[in-house]
Design a protein around this ligand. Structure first.
Ligand SMILES: Nc1ncnc2c1ncn2[C@@H]1O[C@H](COP(=O)(O)OP(=O)(O)OP(=O)(O)O)[C@@H](O)[C@H]1O
Length: 747
């Protein structure tokens, strides 16, 4: 219930409390600011200054309200809950942090399990001024249990609905004030696990993942610093959309990366056929790369010996047997290609100094030139360009794992210069693999959040896995939105690829916060055809309008879409035009012809008014009004086009216009799907909450990982040893794997 005029006294008294807390917080900010400013020379002084700065950041914005709610316990105690803890001059707690265990009742109390809470109050504020508040008195709810709406049953109160009505722009906001108890349980669940959050569009997966990071940093400060956390999203636009959430929660310097840049070289938009993308996403590519790289280490064909120094003045010579012996030893002892190369260089340097004529100084360039002939210096980009640009190299590296046809598909002419080579999204994971083979593992993270994880290929998962120190992840995704070459119908393979050391669990989120009832009723018609195993979600609110379905001639799709978008924008709404690739030029032509200001999200950011978004890139984003152009074309984009259309139709928080040339939902005649609507459901329809599903950890999880590693490193090559031209070298490779396995076991 909301306050009326009679509650003004109550607001005034609350305001006094807010004012006092604000004074205390700002006083602390000033004191800390003084400490930060005074920290000039000296290590200790700088450390104090940095600590002070970090504390200031955690206080949040001076304009922000000191608290978002409070709860009154049965024992008469009242706690105000805010983003940061605030104490008065005597050290008395005025506000507790939402992340503190003591704040849990604010999020978890319900009418049937009050957790000792009599009343929960949620404030509506403008800066630090209280405008209104909503009270939930749990005893009242329990008394009227028979009359409760389904929303009240589920603990979704007026404050949530009010929050959802708020305007949207190009940046995601935090939801601290209204985190639902199911979301809160996920936010605070164990650090030491692979947690997979499966939920339909707009169920709050992303916000849950980000709030979980903030909660974990606060509650596991001894184990986790901001530098230990990595957040991975699908593309740069999405990363920009979410990147203010954690700073808004007081957590700065957390690394955000996107799949297009998760490696030593980002994607530069190379297009490739889905079949090629599919091959390149498979784990056997790791073996191909390993073999391809090892094959770069060899005694020069047809050469009788390896000479150091110019032909006219050779300083030292080595025969095939001794060079191959040295190559084997160097490879055997090394953890990476470049570490082996350094070992080989040391050997050459010391041997040359022994063999060179007394008094002759052999320049290091001569040693480098000889080394280059047997063990070339490579970057990931050089290595992959050479490999994909040579049928012979590909065939040799493919071994028996790839058919000749597959090798032909992998081949592409190499660009003249490495810097001109264009890289596809799937290349990024291969470049990352190459980087690991060349230089060993890079920075490791204690906790990794992976958003929109439903589309990741095994090679991309391997890229993620490589960055994990301990197997602690939060994976967010929706199987019903899984599209592309790696569309999946279960999380099993992802668990297999990512899990080590810690157990895995899959937890559902089922309440749809973003999409209004009328819009979801349309989108959910697709589910039975596109993802029959996935339950439609329960929508928490009714929107302002039915979907606006506009049929036009095929040639007028762009014009009508732009007209609809401009009308929405003229009303001050944040708009997304979502279309298939084939419709894009038509829409762009109309936008440009009419001088419409818009942002193309392909360039990596959202604008504040009209945005043009590809159906794939729309994943994870939301707008106040969405114009979906020609659903049939979106549905025709790839094998999981209906899922892509489902994504497009579920991006709006308020209005949806579908501009089509005849078909709104391109599915064979089907019965309408009953969408569970919390707004409409009666009280006794309350369903039990699904519990997180634990995925048992196979005893052999670590062994399995080791086996994968061995396979990827090419242990299967053992079979090739007999046929190999350089048996000693191959034996060394196999020995090197044994070494790697041993190291992994120790880890
Ligand atoms: N408890 C909540 N209170 C208020 N708003 C919420 C709550 N949970 C989610 N939302 C809002 O719902 C919208 C969707 O959230 P989010 O993007 O995290 O969903 P998602 O499940 O990741 O969606 P998608 O599957 O499309 O990626 C956001 O605007 C978010 O702020």
């Amino acid at each position: 219930m909301s306050v009326g005029a009679a509650d003004q006294d109550e607001i005034a008294s609350e305001q006094k409390y807010f004012d006092a807390a604000w004074e205390a917080r700002e006083h602390k900010r000033q004191t800390l600011g003084g400490a930060a400013g005074a920290a000039v020379g000296g290590k200790a002084s700088i450390a104090v200054g940095q600590a002070a700065k970090a504390q200031i950041e955690q206080l949040g914005d001076p304009d922000e309200a000191v608290a978002m709610g409070r709860f009154d316990q049965d024992d008469g105690e009242t706690y105000y809950v805010g983003k940061a803890v605030i104490r008065d001059g005597d050290g008395e707690l005025l506000v507790i942090s939402w992340k503190a265990p003591g704040a849990a009742p604010y999020f978890t109390a319900s009418y049937d399990d009050r957790k000792g809470v009599a009343r929960k109050r949620t404030f509506e504020v403008e800066r630090n001024r209280i405008v209104s508040f909503d009270d939930v008195v749990f005893a009242d709810l329990a008394e009227r249990v028979g009359e409760l709406t389904a929303l009240e049953h589920e603990g979704i109160d007026d404050a949530v609905l009010r929050d959802l009505e708020a305007g949207r722009d190009g940046e995601m906001r935090d939801i601290v004030q209204t985190i639902h108890s199911m979301q809160y349980e996920l936010v605070r669940s164990d650090l030491e696990q692979l947690l997979i959050v499966q939920g339909g569009p707009g169920t709050g997966k992303t916000v849950v993942g980000l709030h979980r990071v903030s909660w974990l940093l606060f509650n596991h400060a001894e184990q986790l610093t901001p530098a230990d956390v990595l957040v991975i999203g699908p593309n740069p636009t999405f990363t920009r959309y979410i990147r203010q959430v954690l700073p808004g929660l007081g957590d700065h310097q957390i690394e955000h990366r996107d799949l297009r840049g998760l490696g030593p070289q980002g994607s530069t938009g190379r297009e490739e056929h889905a079949d090629v993308a599919r091959i390149k996403g498979q784990l056997r590519m790791a073996q191909l790369l390993t073999r391809g790289l090892v094959q770069r280490i060899r005694f020069p064909e047809r050469a009788a010996q390896l000479d150091v120094g110019p032909a006219t003045d050779v300083a030292a010579s080595f025969d095939r047997v001794e060079v191959e012996g040295a190559l084997s030893r160097s490879l055997n002892q090394a953890r990476s290609y470049n570490a082996g190369r350094a070992a080989m260089r040391s050997w050459l340097t010391s041997m040359v100094s022994i063999r060179a004529r007394r008094g002759v100084q052999v320049p290091s360039t001569a040693i480098d030139a000889a080394l280059e002939r047997v063990w070339p210096s490579l970057t990931p980009q050089m290595f992959l360009r050479d490999l994909f640009g040579s049928r012979d190299r590909l065939l040799a590296a493919a071994g028996e794992d790839f058919t000749a046809a597959e090798v032909r598909m992998l081949f592409r002419p190499a660009a003249e210069r490495v810097s001109d080579e264009r890289w596809s999204l799937t290349d990024v994971a291969l470049l990352d693999e190459a980087e690991k083979l060349l230089n060993g593992n890079g920075v490791l993270f204690e906790h990794i959040v992976v958003d929109e994880a439903q589309d990741l290929s095994p090679m991309q998962l391997r890229s993620v896995r490589r960055r994990s120190r301990s197997g602690s992840y939060t994976v967010l995704g929706d199987l019903a939105q899984s599209t592309g070459p790696w569309a999946r119908d279960s999380w099993d393979d992802l668990v297999r690829e990512l899990m080590f050391r810690h157990p895995a669990s899959i937890a559902p989120l089922k309440f749809g916060y973003r999409v209004p009832q009328q819009v979801y009723a349309l989108a959910a018609q697709l589910l039975a055809h596109s993802a029959p195993a996935v339950e439609p979600l329960s929508v928490v609110r009714i929107g302002p309008a039915e979907p606006d379905l506009r049929q036009v001639l095929a040639g007028e799709l762009g014009a009508e879409a732009v007209r609809a978008a401009r009308d929405y924008a003229a009303r001050g709404l944040f708009v997304g035009i979502i279309c298939a690739d084939e419709q894009r030029p038509g829409v762009v032509a109309v936008l440009d012809h009419n001088d419409v200001q818009y942002q193309d999200t392909r360039v990596g950011a959202l604008g504040s008014s009209i945005n043009l978004v590809g159906a794939v890139d729309a994943k994870g984003l939301e707008f106040e009004a969405v114009v979906v152009v020609e659903p049939q074309a979106i549905a025709g984009q790839g094998a999981h086009g209906l899922r892509l259309l489902y994504v497009a139709l579920t991006r709006t928080t308020k209005f949806l216009t579908v501009v089509h040339s005849g078909v709104v939902l391109p599915i064979p005649g089907s019965d309408p799907v009953e969408v569970p609507a919390l707004q409409k459901a009666s009280a006794d329809e309350k369903k039990p909450r699904p519990a997180p599903r634990a995925v048992p950890v196979p005893d052999a999880a670590l062994d399995k990982f080791s086996a994968d590693w061995a396979a990827a490193m090419g242990v299967r090559l053992a079979a090739d040893v007999a046929a190999a031209a350089q048996p000693r070298l191959w034996n060394a490779i196999v020995d090197a794997f044994a070494d790697e396995l041993e190291r992994l076991r120790e880890e």
